[in-house]
Design a protein around this ligand. Structure first.
Ligand code: ZN
Ligand code: ZN
Length: 132
């Protein structure tokens, strides 16, 4: 699961702070201002702007998925996958086969076995659907 980083969080006193301010304040207790998940401050190592990361281990997944920072791309792919599963479930497997028996020159459908000849060895798959 991916959650976008944020530059805003709520500090222990309930005030919205930017990651830049938080990096200066040296406090450690911040929560996401959207979903209340504990966030970890990353100070960027001095050459990147500081940001907050959701502490995914410390918060229930179903609540994280409600957060606007939950990666929309992942949200989208989950939806597509669900849809694909649905379509796969609806699409019937086409298993009807058409056969043409060269021995008696008859066409039939289903199992490769000509009833008239009592064998399927002279049968070839018919190119076109057979309507009897
Ligand atoms: Zn959040
Ligand atoms: Zn036949």
């Amino acid at each position: 699961m991916r959650i976008l980083s944020t530059t805003l969080a709520i500090d222990a006193k309930g005030h919205i702070v930017t990651a830049t301010d938080a990096a200066k304040a040296k406090s450690s207790s911040y929560r996401c201002h959207q979903c209340d998940c504990p966030v970890i401050l990353n100070d960027g190592g001095g050459f990147l702007n500081p940001w907050f990361e959701h502490n995914q281990q410390a918060y229930p997944t179903e609540k994280l998925q409600q957060c606007p920072y939950y990666d929309p791309e992942e949200k989208e792919s989950a939806r597509t996958q669900k849809l694909r599963q649905l379509v796969r479930g609806l699409a019937p497997v086409v298993s009807v086969l058409n056969w043409h028996c060269n021995q008696c020159n008859s066409d039939y459908v289903g199992e490769k076995h000509c009833i008239a000849c009592n064998t399927g060895i002279y049968s070839i798959e018919a190119k076109l659907p057979v309507y009897s």
